[in-house]
Ligand binder design. Structure first.
Ligand code: HEC
Ligand code: HEC
Ligand code: HEC
Length: 147
């Protein structure tokens, strides 16, 4: 084979390799995504009730206050014992209450970057969902009502 051609070819190869390595370095420098329970400690292992808490009298984010947040919402203080399972007594897609997953995905993502769930919690699915990396099972976290 023509020697000159081999040299040209190999420099093309080296150039390509270098580009690939540079690409990889750029990827390696990208910040590690914050995935609760996977790349970071899970700060909300019980889901809803770990975020929707009473901070003080002015900031009470507990979901027992739903009737004041959603016009016409029934009182849930006595019915709901576990969250979010208890919500599905009504939010099961059968009655007047819309399906729970739709309701929750909407309120936590609507408004994009303006949404506080997106702004303060990276809009991380794994705040509510739990992923078992050994089995690939995805479940929804739950916890006892905090009222
Ligand atoms: C990591 C924290 C976090 C978790 C976990 C979480 N939420 Fe929220 N939730 C928020 C934030 C922040 C908002 C306010 C979003 C906005 O800016 O409108 C919100 C809003 C809501 C709202 C709208 C009414 C309100 O309080 O503003 C409902 C209803 C709600 N969440 C229910 C739930 C339920 C049920 C679960 C469990 C399946 C849950 N949330 C889990 C942080 C959380
Ligand atoms: C006793 C039945 C019942 C239970 C339990 C219940 N809900 Fe509801 N919810 C309703 C009904 C009915 C509506 C529809 C209200 C309307 O539009 O008039 C509703 C509406 C909502 C809405 C507004 C949805 C929209 O798109 O307008 C949110 C948010 C909501 N519920 C969250 C929850 C969460 C979170 C829980 C559990 C902590 C819960 N609900 C438990 C009956 C219930
Ligand atoms: C605020 C809590 C919350 C967040 C955040 C959240 N989910 Fe969910 N998701 C739920 C709940 C509750 C259900 C209903 C589970 C059930 O019915 O057993 C659900 C159900 C689902 C389902 C099953 C299909 C359905 O609609 O019932 C899929 C798929 C899903 N979520 C994907 C996601 C993805 C992807 C993200 C992130 C972009 C996400 N969820 C963020 C609470 C959440």
């Amino acid at each position: 084979m023509n020697k000159r051609r081999v040299i040209v070819l190999s420099s093309v190869l080296v150039g390509g390799l270098l580009a690939a390595v540079l690409g990889l370095t750029a990827a390696a420098n990208a910040p590690t995504p914050l995935l609760p329970g996977i790349t970071a400690k899970d700060e909300h292992p019980n889901g809803c009730v770990d975020c929707h808490v009473k901070v003080n009298d002015k900031q009470d984010y507990r979901l027992v206050n739903l009737p004041t947040l959603v016009k016409g919402h029934p009182d849930i203080s006595k019915i709901v014992k576990t969250l979010p399972n208890g919500c599905e007594l009504c939010h099961n897609g059968k009655g007047k209450a819309p399906k729970l997953s739709n309701v929750l995905h909407e309120v936590h993502f609507k408004g994009g970057a303006e949404n506080h769930f997106v702004a303060f919690y990276q809009g991380q699915c794994l705040n509510c969902h739990q992923l078992n990396v050994s089995t690939g099972d995805m479940t929804v976290k739950s916890g006892p009502a905090n009222w």
